[in-house]
Structures are given as C-alpha cells and as structure tokens.
Design a protein around this ligand. Structure first.
Ligand SMILES: O=C(O)Cc1cc(O)ccc1O
Ligand SMILES: [Fe+2]
Length: 504
C-alpha cells in the first residue's frame, strides 16, 4: 500500500465518521463527490468556483464569471420570515431555456412502468387495516419508472395533501436526464441500496438508515451505488415544507438536532455544446418531458434557504418514559409539516421513527396501546422488526408497509399482547438493528389501484391474523362459579364473555 493510498483511506475513514451513518456504519464506497455543510433551515451559501457568488447583492447587472442569476422560490415571496424559503442560483444557463414540455405517453417503456400506474391521484379511502408484504425489486426500472404511488390524499393542483410511494430501482436514470416534481417535496426513505443523487444544488449520497428531502421543483438525477438495486419509501408533500417539531418542555435539544442535517455544497457539470438533455417533470400527477441543449446541473454557486438535505437516522436522540406508561409516539417525530387549517399542532405529515431504545417503564404494558386515531398512519420497516407486530412471513416485514386509516382500530397482535402483558418488566432494549417509521397524517388516506390490487402484496388475512385471535381475559368480578371470560381453547371466538356469563 502506497503512502498516498493510506492517506486516502484515512481521509475516507475520517469523512465516514464525520459525515454519516455513525451508528449503523453502512459501508461507504464513494466519497469524493459528496460534500456537505450542516444545519436545518439555516441560511446557506456555497460556490464551486471562487468568486461565483456576487457580494452584497443578489442580481448584479452581470453576475460573476458570466453566470446567469436565477431565483428559486419555495414559498410565496411574502411568507413570514421564519417560513420563507428562497434561493439564488448562479448558473451557466437558466432553467427557462428548453423546448416545450410534452406529455410522456403512459406506456412509455423508457421511463414509466408498463402498464403504467402513472402517478395518478385517484385515492380510494377504505376503513380496513391494510398490510403489505415486502415490495419486490425491479431489475429494470430506473428512478422515474420505479415510483409507485401507493396511497395519499388531496390534490397537487390545490397544494393540499400528500402522496406515498414505494420505489424499486434496478438501473441508473438515463444519462443526460433529470427529474423534478412540481407537485411537492419528496421525503425519500431508502430501505435497501444507496442512492447517488445529483441535484442542481449539489450531490447527495443517501443510504438506508438515512433520509433526504428534495424540495419541489429541484431537478435531480438518480444512480445506484455499486449496481446494488435500491428500494424504499417516499412521502410527497403537496403543501408547505417540513420543519423540526417543537420541543416544548423537552427543551432545546433531543430528537433530531438541527446541526445533524447535511446540505450539499454546490457542484456543477459543464455540458452545453452539441449536447441533448431531457428534463422530466411531474406536474399534477402526470409526467412531461422537455428537451434542452444544456445540462440542468450547471449551478456554479447558490445561496438561500431552499435546498435539498439529508439526515442520518442514527443521530436521532430518542427519548422515552423513565417511569411508567407508554407515551404518544409524537416523541419520535423527526420532521413535521404542520397544517394550520386543521388546528394548532396538527400535521398534514409527520415523519416518525421507532429507533432502537431502552424500555424501562414499570407496571406498564410497554408496546403501543390499542387505539384508533383521527390521524392516519402509514408505516414502513427499513430493517429488523417492530415491537408491536409479529415478524417473519405474513407479518410486518422490512420493505413491507401498513396503513391504519382514520379511526381504524389497531395495536399489538395477539401474541405480542400475551407476551407483553405477562412478561417480567426488567429493563429491555428493543429494536436493536431495527428501524420502523411512520408517515402520519391528519388526512384520511386513500389507496391507489396499484396499492390495492396491481402490486399484489396486500395481506388478505391481516386482521384475522392479528386481532381476531385476541383472547377474552375479562373476569366479571360479580360472577359466581368457575365461569368467567377466560378462554379455554386459547383462541378468542370474538364473543363478549361478560354477555354470556352474566350472573347477577
Ligand atoms: O400503531 C402503531 O404501531 C404506531 C404507534 C406507536 C406508538 O408507540 C403509539 C401509537 C401508535 O399509533
Ligand atoms: Fe397506531
């Protein structure tokens, strides 16, 4: 090993420790392309070439180095300061320079699945609890073609609601292509395989146990890393942007700390002569394409508050009960997109995780209680298992999902209940190596045709498997004799024992 190789390895190691996945240590294979600054919602500036940012003003008569100035706004200009998100881009050619956008035929082999689910926003809301087996890898599909809208609510044209996707990527996006969604911000949650994402504002390496957010409108290109197929979940936010949740009495630290978010530094390509690029845009749930004779990845410098970012879930500072009772899962909120019309503290989307943690609560049923909420809950599993649900085949598995809609009852399955209600309550670590998450929304969430039928992953016996078997443990204190609600066959028959054995 030469001295230089050794030095290089040391640099890679240093970057690995400093940058990402400290706790999970996903192997890092590519490093040089990724450089980040840190902070959440911090005003950021970055120049890939010294002097590319104008000093003291945003749009000089001529920008430095012959660049064009372009404004990218993610909120109304007049949004209050604490919500306002705009960035200034200094680029070789502006975004406007392209041919007309044309609709992409839904059957297009190149980018869309065939037959294509499109990104259609036809949501069918049903009250049943739903659970999906792990979604299959797709050896062929590149990013756009791999996006499957599973569930959601609302309408991108009204800038209201959310969409939830599964992606299963088997190949890089075609060279010289880019994608953006005009419909909303993408919160990407990789479950398997890393994503090498080049965005207009810089590059991101996003690995399982990390997440990234790509705001509405920002162009990007997705490649696999080491040809490893990739699979994961996406939440698209048609309204507003994610914020860190308020911490209230928790104080000024814990949960996701602002400094752990990573913002890419400016990075650009020079490709504007004898070249042909295609930009794909998702606009009102439909796909459009436009040709242009220059790369969209030509932003040499930028500054502002509207940018993509990533976060390592291993850095989440989890808190929990150190006395008794199971707290609300809001203590596990990483990011929250509030919806003021629905009331203060109400989110159109919360991104919540269930990291490995110690359970020490005394005299407590430690898994989640049985419940039904006005909020709806779409859950996924990145790795391991989830303490409230059976693992393994037919259970809640990595790369699978579940949806518990508005007022749909759910909670631990029978086995989990039996175990947790009788176990000795010594301190116990749950979820070692695991990571479940939840997209929680105040909206009633509907399922797409793809999510309900085409994917063929819905577990038909979810309820029968989980809750129909719940035993009746009721013992009527007023009843005489041996008869009470305790089941003898070990399997509940669904009847209310008290109504059978009432002896007054
Ligand atoms: O349903 C679920 O498993 C998610 C969940 C977890 C929890 O700890 C409390 C409430 C809740 O909805
Ligand atoms: Fe729940």
């Amino acid at each position: 090993m030469t001295g230089i190789t050794r030095l290089r390895e040391a640099i890679v190691k240093h970057k690995e420790n400093k940058d990402i996945n400290i706790k999970y240590k996903t192997p890092l294979t590519v490093t040089e392309r990724y450089e980040y600054t840190h902070g959440f919602a911090t005003y950021n500036e970055s120049e890939a070439v010294p002097g590319a940012l104008p000093i003291g003003q945003n749009s000089p008569q001529r920008a430095p180095h012959g660049l064009y100035t372009e404004k990218l706004s993610g909120t109304a200009f007049t949004s209050p300061r604490h919500e306002n998100q705009q960035s200034w881009l200094y680029r070789i050619l502006p975004t406007s320079s392209h041919d007309n956008f044309e609709p992409v035929a839904e059957t297009s082999e190149q980018v869309l699945p065939s037959p294509s689910p499109s990104f259609g926003k036809h949501f069918n809301a049903i009250p049943n609890q739903l659970r999906w087996d792990p979604f299959d890898f797709d050896k062929e599909a590149s990013w756009i073609r791999s996006l499957h809208l599973v569930a959601g609510a609302g309408d991108p044209t009204m800038k209201q609601g959310i969409g939830m996707y599964i992606y299963t990527v088997g190949s890089d996006m075609p060279e010289k292509s880019a994608f953006y969604s005009a419909d909303g911000d993408f919160l990407i949650v990789p479950q398997h395989g890393s994503l090498d994402i080049r965005t207009e504002l810089g590059n991101l390496l996003v690995r399982p146990m990390e997440i990234c957010v790509i705001p509405r409108g920002i162009r990007y290109h997705v490649k696999l890393v080491n040809n490893e197929p990739a699979r994961g979940y996406i939440l698209e936010l048609y309204q507003g942007h994610f914020q860190l949740p308020e911490l209230g009495p928790i104080g000024s630290n814990c949960l996701a700390n602002a400094r752990d978010f990573q913002i890419p530094k400016a990075s650009f390509i020079e490709d504007y002569e004898n070249t042909a690029w295609t930009v794909y845009g998702k606009f009102d749930g439909k796909l459009f394409e436009a040709k242009q004779h220059h790369t969209p990845f030509d932003v040499v410098a930028w500054h502002g508050l509207y940018y993509p970012y990533k976060y390592d879930l291993g850095r989440f500072n989890t808190i929990g009960s150190i006395s008794f009772d199971h707290p609300d899962p809001s203590i596990f909120t990483v990011l929250s997109a509030p919806s003021l019309p629905h009331g203060q503290g109400t989110a159109v989307a919360d991104f919540v995780i269930f990291p490995p943690r110690w359970l020490v609560a005394e005299g407590t049923f430690r898994p989640p209680w049985y419940h039904r909420n006005t909020m709806s809950e779409f859950m996924g599993l990145i790795a391991g298992n989830y303490d409230a649900k059976g693992a393994g085949k037919g259970g809640f598995q990595p790369a699978g999902a579940s949806l518990h809609n508005t007022m749909s009852g759910h909670g631990p399955d029978m086995q989990t209940y039996e175990k947790a209600s009788t176990m000795e309550l010594t301190p116990a670590k749950v979820g070692e190596g695991s990571m479940a998450f939840m997209f929680e929304s105040c909206l009633m969430v509907g399922v797409t045709e793809w999510g309900l039928k085409t994917c063929a992953k819905v577990q038909e016996d979810y309820n029968a498997h989980s809750w129909t078997p719940l035993k009746v443990h009721w013992k009527n204190p007023n009843s005489r004799g041996v008869s009470n609600g305790e089941q003898k066959n070990g399997v509940g028959d669904g009847k209310d024992a008290s109504s059978i054995h009432v002896t007054k």
